[in-house]
Design a protein around this ligand. Structure first.
Ligand code: ADP
Ligand code: 5GP
Length: 204
């Protein structure tokens, strides 16, 4: 069996990453979303262990010390991180995984796991980004300004990504991400080639 592929979807807060991931996961059964750990409070409707593993600073720090995160970052005053074990278990079993994380985390993943595939979701414009964050209704005015300030800094990292997708029309953006995933699932590396050759030899 060959290893699963690790897809990292990131981009500024409010750009539509969560919405796009939800569509992808609803339409594909052979890919899993990693559930991150965070020290931020749950929003209305968010469920522990489904949307995030909600935790406190001490528990988060303990996991950092145990090297239990594939990546972690401080985002808008809270910690967010990807628990390493679940992701690695899935990849070892040949299951593809999506991480929906911020840009700092994405660049850490690329460094420690160079085979990862980084997809940057761009807003059509900064103005539209403000509308989306405001429309989501989950942030205070101060938090919105902070998120917009951070967005431009994040967009400056787009050149380090493998792909960029503008989330203008939602369905088009979902189709583009699906196309990237499909193409990458067919991409060959040496390990894949050996696996394929052996499989066909066994059939002879
Ligand atoms: P993120 O996960 O990147 O923070 P969300 O997925 O929560 O962003 O989307 C932010 C808001 O923008 C949500 O209210 C969502 O419904 C809306 N949204 C997402 N994609 C589009 C789109 N293509 N056109 C218009 N609104 C969108
Ligand atoms: P939110 O508070 O809106 O759920 O998330 C804020 C930001 O943190 C988003 O950009 C989101 O992608 C990012 N994020 C969520 N989980 C993780 C994670 O595990 N690691 C990192 N680095 N960022 C994360």
């Amino acid at each position: 069996m060959t290893k699963g592929k690790l897809f990292v979807i990131s981009g500024p807060s409010g750009t539509g990453k969560g919405t796009i991931c939800k569509y992808i996961l609803d339409q594909r059964t052979n890919i899993r979303l990693s559930v991150s750990m965070t020290t931020r409070d749950p929003r209305q409707g968010e469920v522990d262990k489904v949307h995030y593993h909600f935790t406190d600073h001490d528990a988060f720090r303990n996991l950092i010390e145990e090297d239990g995160f594939l990546e972690y970052a401080s985002v808008f005053g809270n910690y967010y991180g990807t628990p390493r074990k679940q992701v690695m278990d899935w990849l070892e079993k040949g299951i593809d995984v999506i991480l929906e994380i911020d840009v700092q985390g994405a660049l850490q993943v690329k460094k420690s796991y160079p085979e990862s595939i980084l997809i940057f979701i761009l807003p059509p414009s900064m103005e539209e980004l403000r509308c989306r964050i405001t429309g989501r209704g989950t942030e205070t005015e101060e938090a919105i300004s902070r998120r917009l300030g951070a967005a431009m800094q994040e967009i400056e990292a787009v050149g380090k990504y493998d792909y960029s997708v503008v989330n203008d029309e939602l369905q088009k953006a979902v189709d583009s991400v699906k196309a990237i995933i499909s193409a990458e699932q067919c991409r060959l590396n040496e390990e894949d080639a050996e696996f394929i050759i052996n499989k066909y030899k066994e059939d002879l």
